[in-house]
Write a protein that binds this ligand. Structure first.
Ligand code: NAD
Length: 459
């Protein structure tokens, strides 16, 4: 057993065995969303290390060509993606029999990986980001090529080990063992903080996998419609006194985000027969949901959004409205005009709050992308100011009867990090929890969160 885990005994595949010639420089299809530049902050020594880490995949004969290219990617995009190694053309999850492997699991994983990188599925396909602003399949295209080749070679007597996108090798195992063991985003001890995390990603040694991007099993927002529907319906039943046999008819749910997972919110509200307004700063994501039919209407004016919502609430009919703009602008309007919001949540990507996951007030989506690229020194403060304002607006609305809940997007923690200690139950730090509940508490009830409950320690 110990021998099986010995890295020196793993079966290894090198990129040089797969590629005879260096692929051509890539051409980027216009109209495909690109990840914003992640601000470059590495020191010179760290930059050298990042280059070494990327070049470890590359046969030495190509180092001279690729070292400057990788350096340019690092300086301009904040990461080395190895664009040149992305196979040209569209990537799609094809029928399983079209993939080569020595076991069906090896074929299945390839379908899943390619589906996660499909232009029609992935958020930033060229940067290997499937969803959630930063959730990647693996860190770079060299890893992609190697993982695919390992999966072709995989047998039912082997296990492929992948650490943050880096394929460690094929280890001898048994048919009963997992075919792939894949870990992402592991930071240990004193390195487990935002600064070291970003450094590790820029160095090419850490991958943020979100839930199903790095786990290779993203099935799009349809995979989360049911959970979102149950969550908002239960929030209505638990907090608004809606009887068990009724739905959200005539009720207004306001939230933000029409992205990877947040994009499910419109469909979920429609199934619950409610009225929903969703703020979204990125026009392209609104268009995706309109094309899908998961959003009924898109408007640019908060007054129009709330007027339309009121009309449908009165008619007791469902409508789902995309507000093209910042969620804070939308809530400002609701507060100023004393509009009653029944349920309120947020699905901006606050787990990556300073990397583009949360757009500051007063700048468009395109401007935030430019600010990220130039590493604008004031960007963090702009985000923090907006978060603090967002918190005050939520406070006002909840005082007026709105029920607000966190949607597992780290919003409460982001507000705390922005300097709002009064969001903590103890007024100092999050150790005793936050003053607003999370959606899981609404869904699961007190059992898992009551500190006197038997399972509390395992949550
Ligand atoms: P995403 O990045 O694809 O979508 C978020 C959207 O918010 C983007 O389209 C972005 O343009 C928009 N946005 C950002 N700032 C905004 C602002 N100020 N105003 C209006 N729109 C703004 O991410 P996603 O996959 O949809 O997930 C969103 C977040 O929700 C993530 O943090 C995710 O982890 C969390 N989430 C958690 C669960 C769970 O089960 N725990 C479920 C769903 C979502």
């Amino acid at each position: 057993m110990t021998n099986n885990l010995d890295i020196s005994r793993a079966m290894k595949i090198q990129l040089g065995e797969i590629l005879e010639t260096l692929p051509d420089s890539p051409e980027f299809v216009s109209g495909i969303r690109r990840a914003p530049a992640r601000h470059f902050t590495l020191t010179q020594k760290e930059t050298e290390l990042a280059l070494k880490n990327a070049l470890r995949y590359i046969p030495e004969k190509w180092h001279r060509t690729l070292a400057p290219e990788f350096l340019d990617e690092l300086l301009t995009r904040g990461r080395i993606y190895g664009y040149r190694f992305r196979p040209a053309g569209p990537i799609k999850g094809r029928p399983i029999e079209e993939y080569r492997s020595r076991c069906i699991e090896g074929q299945a994983f390839q379908v899943m990986i390619d589906n996660n990188l499909d232009f029609d599925v992935a958020l930033y396909p060229y940067e290997l980001v499937t969803y959630g602003e930063t959730g990647q399949v693996c860190q770079n295209w060299m890893q992609y090529r190697l993982i695919k080749r390992y999966l072709e070679a995989l047998t039912r007597e082997q296990t492929l080990v992948v650490a943050s996108g880096h394929p460690v090798g094929l280890f001898a195992s048994s048919p009963q063992a997992p075919r792939v063991i894949n870990t992402n985003a592991l930071m240990v001890g004193c390195f487990d903080d935002q600064q070291n995390w970003h450094r590790a990603m820029a160095l090419g040694v850490a991958n943020y996998g979100q839930m199903t991007a790095g786990g290779w099993m993203y099935i799009g927002p349809q995979g989360i419609v049911h959970g979102t529907y149950s969550t908002i319906l239960n929030a209505g039943r638990a907090k608004l006194g809606i009887p068990e046999d009724r739905d959200l008819t005539g009720r207004l749910f306001v939230s933000s985000g029409l992205g990877g997972m947040s994009g499910a919110q419109g469909k979920a509200v429609e199934i619950a027969n409610g009225v929903g307004i969703f703020a979204e700063v990125d026009d392209s994501r609104i268009q995706t949901r309109l094309d899908q039919g998961w959003i009924t209407r898109a408007v640019r004016d908060a007054a129009e959004a709330f007027a339309l919502a009121a009309e449908y609430q009165q008619k007791k009919k469902s409508v789902t409205i995309a507000f093209h703009g910042n969620v804070v602008d939308l809530l400002e309007y609701a507060v100023a005009n004393d509009i009653k919001i029944d349920l309120l949540s947020d699905q901006t990507s606050c787990h990556a709050v300073y990397e583009g996951g949360y757009c500051p007030q007063g700048v468009s989506f395109e401007e935030r992308t430019e600010l990220l690229k130039s590493g604008h020194a004031g960007f963090k403060e702009m985000v923090d100011t907006t978060l603090r304002h967002h918190y005050e607006l939520i406070n006002t609305l909840t005082r007026r009867g709105t029920y607000f809940f966190d949607y597992g997007n780290s919003f409460l923690k982001a507000v705390y990090d922005a300097g709002v200690t009064k969001i903590c139950k103890n007024g100092k730090n999050p150790l005793d929890g936050f003053i607003f509940q999370s959606y899981v508490e609404d869904l699961m009830g007190p059992l898992m969160f009551d500190s006197t409950a038997p399972f509390a320690g395992f949550v």
